[in-house]
Design a protein around this ligand. Structure first.
Ligand code: SF4
Length: 512
């Protein structure tokens, strides 16, 4: 094998043409390395569809690189020489090819990045320019702040990107954030667009067979796989959303409905996170749709806020605070994750709907994650590491940089309020308001202490009571504690007892 100048390792979530480490590639002298490894596919039990998505997208990207004349070395999972880890493969190929330089773009997981830094090879690292805010810029913004707030960071990103600004740099519409207009429940008779599906080509079929053979012990369906695995298909999914979903996304992004897993959501987060779509292009398309009066401002601003606000914010926190951030456990939770998170076998209809669609599609939208499965974990005092692992494993779009701060910080408030000002705890009333789940439930959302009462209700009050010392002084929790204090002592006692019983049942491994 002839010696090469530059070997670029491209990871499974770095499948972008404009990846920093791929710039300046010389097809005559350079090569690209892609590796499917067991360690990354199984350090948590990733949903089989997620593994299939990444392997298939990697194989398609490798073919596309070859078509552009680039030399590609591809290691499949079942290659008998496969060492099983990314650093192992990098060492092996370094020894085989003896390149003059190794190039790599920053990873999306500090565990992997550290293992590559520890592998005794000289690597030229590139900043991940696919994000709007570099790690260093975020660190400068956060410096000296005891608590961070997304809203202020988001304004910086709006100014930096120039998105939805007037000529005088003020926000279009007179406000930075139209979140209050993004919380409508779905009206009766509303019809969401049918989800766009992609059938498996020969490459994907081969990957599906590989995944079925090697990951049969992982939770989640494989036969419902219908995700885009190429840039062109991801673009088609995006165009479909622009035409049919975005206009209503603003109003109904928080709504939930039985047997409607996608509603007006784009379902592009996985494609974006692995590099099949480009953040700046998506934002520019959304802004253009607004200026062309195809969508209302609350849809445009709401979507752009998710991308350049929340998404960049959680990434910034991840790289600023890891690895210590992963140990956060503000409420000292120790409870194990109930088995029904992995099976969907529960009488709580909201949980059954959110979990079963997650198992079927490796997808749930942000409110199902935050206010149903996440809310339950928060109220029930699940250990943060347990619920973080579940989110990382089960969702197609979950990579450590995005999953960990969202779950540990936002869902579980386990960072003590560093990233969010209050815990997102809610009773069954919130779920009733935002969905039709309660109508099909074995429990009564109007009850709190009876045997058939909605478990979220007693658990919500139990959570407030048991963490009163910590949370009562939080001004954003004032109304919730006022409501608690207004209750007769006997009612508070009954709620506490019911909460105790539910938690004891969870500890005994009972589903409810
Ligand atoms: Fe969920 Fe409670 Fe409503 Fe049942 S009654 S769907 S458990 S919120």
């Amino acid at each position: 094998m002839s010696k090469i100048r530059r070997l670029c390792l491209v990871l499974g979530d770095q499948l972008s043409w404009d990846l920093a480490s791929l710039q300046g590639l010389d097809p005559q002298r350079d090569a690209v390395l892609l590796v499917e490894v067991m360690e990354e596919a199984s350090h948590v039990p990733h949903h089989p569809q997620k593994i299939a998505l990444i392997f298939s997208a990697m194989r398609h990207f490798a073919e596309a690189l070859k078509q552009r004349g680039i030399r590609v070395h591809y290691v499949s999972l079942d290659d008998p020489h496969n060492s099983g880890s990314v650093p192992g493969e990098l060492r092996r190929w370094h020894s085989l090819l003896q390149p003059q330089q190794l190039h790599l773009t920053e990873c999306g997981d500090c565990r992997l990045e550290q293992s590559l830094k520890d592998c005794r090879l000289t690597i030229q690292w590139h900043s991940d320019s696919r994000f709007l805010c570099t790690r260093g810029e975020f660190s400068s913004w956060a410096e000296g702040k005891k608590q961070l707030r997304m809203e202020f960071f988001y304004r910086e990103m709006r100014r930096k990107s120039g998105l939805l600004l007037n000529g005088d740099r003020s926000p279009v519409g007179g406000a930075w954030n139209f979140d209050a207009e993004n919380r409508k429940a779905l009206p009766k008779g509303a019809i969401a667009p049918s989800p766009m599906r992609f059938s498996a080509d020969a490459i994907t079929q081969e990957v599906l067979a590989l995944v079925a053979k090697n990951f049969s012990g992982h939770y989640g369906a494989l036969n419902t796989f219908d995700y885009p695995v190429t840039h062109a298909d991801a673009q088609a999914l995006w165009d479909y959303f622009l035409d049919w979903g975005l206009a209503a996304f603003g109003d109904y992004q928080d709504a939930m409905a039985s047997d409607e897993p996608f509603l007006f959501h784009a379902r592009i987060s996985a494609a974006l996170n692995i590099g099949l779509l480009d953040l700046r292009q998506l934002c520019s398309d959304v802004e253009a749709a607004y200026w062309a009066q195809r969508i209302p401002l609350n849809a445009a601003e709401g979507f752009i806020r998710q991308l350049i606000g929340w998404r960049e914010y959680v990434r910034g926190i991840y790289w600023l605070k890891m690895p210590e951030y992963a140990d956060g456990n503000e409420f000292s939770n120790t409870r194990l994750l109930p088995e029904f998170y992995w099976t969907g076998e529960t009488k709580m209809n909201c949980m059954r709907q959110a979990i079963n669609q997650s198992l079927k599609h490796a997808y749930a939208h942000h409110i199902q994650r935050l206010m149903v499965t996440g809310n339950f974990a928060l109220l029930a005092g699940i250990a943060p590491s347990q619920i973080c692992e579940w989110y990382l494993a089960i969702y197609m779009d979950a990579f450590d940089w995005v999953e960990l701060p969202n779950t540990l910080g936002m869902v579980m408030h386990a960072d003590g309020g560093y990233m969010g000002s209050k815990p997102y705890c809610a009773s069954g009333q919130y779920i009733k308001r935002m969905s039709d789940y309660c109508r099909g439930c074995a429990y009564k959302v109007s009850e709190s202490t009876t045997d058939d009462a909605c478990p979220f209700n007693a658990l919500y009050w139990h959570f407030l009571i048991r963490h009163s010392d910590r949370l009562r002084s939080n001004h954003r929790m004032g109304m919730q504690y006022k409501n608690l204090d207004r209750m007769p002592e006997s009612k508070q006692q009954a709620l506490w007892q019911r909460g105790q019983l539910l938690l004891a049942n969870l500890d005994n491994g009972e589903s409810f």
